[in-house]
Design a protein. Structure first.
Length: 289
């Protein structure tokens, strides 16, 4: 199956990627969409709400999560990918395995979102090069059960940029068209809260790598911590939506290509507002003398 590199959505605003976790143990909505019928319904809800892409994942990548067998991952995602794709939805498969990505692409997925950036499965790069689909490379330092032990940085922005550049170059050397590639700094993956904030404050440096940038901060723990109540306890995942919308606005205003979120409506509003502000800034900028 061949997919043109131009299939990467490019809009006059930040792209909104809605998440469907077909898992029992994802940090925010684990178990809610494990039933394929419920997951398919959820995918259609996200599309109706305005999602440009629906990202389907069958293996949790929350901190501490264990691995599952590829066959189980395929069994979880394939019915969902197929039904959304045949209805015309733009479907992304969230996996680190080339075997799972192949099955999903054959079922109609049009993008691969690989949190390992090709490090977990060496066959992934050749698959992307062969199929021609857009490919999200995330900053990654190890699987979920060990990644937080690797959250050590002297300069998190410089190191994340350098490690993303290495993966980007490795993909290009492996035959992936650079125009296919989207970069994701991996908020929450081998990152402490201060690392996440530093990356959000320096998205321009990530963008300087020359590729579109995807931000996935939706409902993550660092948002629960910054919005904690007087007792200091982090807000639960479901109460982090307003903070997520704020991150979406910041990311879009900073020029991010896309945001990855659990709920669409408020985040879509945020990126539309950011697009209006960016357009106004461009039109009112003083001409060079």
């Amino acid at each position: 199956m061949s997919h043109p590199a131009s299939d990467l959505p490019r809009l006059d605003r930040c792209v909104v990627m809605g998440v469907v976790n077909v898992t029992p143990d994802s940090f925010s909505d684990g178990g809610r969409y494990l039933d394929p019928t419920v997951a398919i319904e959820r995918g259609f809800e996200l599309i109706k709400a305005g999602a440009d892409i629906v990202d389907i994942g069958g293996e949790s990548t929350r901190p501490g999560a264990g691995r599952i067998e590829p066959a189980e991952e395929i069994g979880r995602v394939l019915p969902v990918v197929h039904e959304l794709a045949i209805a015309g939805g733009y479907v992304s498969i969230d996996t680190t395995r080339a075997e799972v990505a192949t099955a999903a692409l054959d079922a109609g997925a049009r993008m691969v979102n690989d949190v390992s950036g090709g490090r977990a499965d060496p066959a992934m790069i050749s698959l992307i090069a062969r199929t021609g689909v857009p490919y999200v490379i995330m900053h990654w330092r190890g699987h979920s059960d060990t990644m937080q032990t690797k959250a050590t940085y002297a300069d998190v922005v410089a190191e994340v940029c350098d490690e993303l550049r290495q993966r980007y170059e490795a993909a290009a050397e492996g035959g992936v068209d650079p125009e296919q590639i989207v970069l994701d700094p991996g908020l929450g993956f081998a990152k402490l809260p201060q690392h996440n904030w530093a990356l959000l404050a320096n998205l321009d440096r990530i963008a300087s790598l020359g590729r579109p940038v995807l931000i996935g901060g939706s409902r993550k723990r660092f948002l629960g911590e910054v919005t904690a109540g007087p007792d200091g306890r982090p807000r639960p995942e479901a109460a982090r939506e307003d903070a997520t919308v704020a991150v979406s606005a910041i990311a879009a205003l900073s020029g991010a290509w896309g945001i990855r979120v659990h709920e669409v409506a408020g985040n879509l509003d945020a990126v539309k507002v950011a697009a209006a502000v960016r357009a106004a800034a461009a039109s009112t900028r003083a001409p060079a003398r």
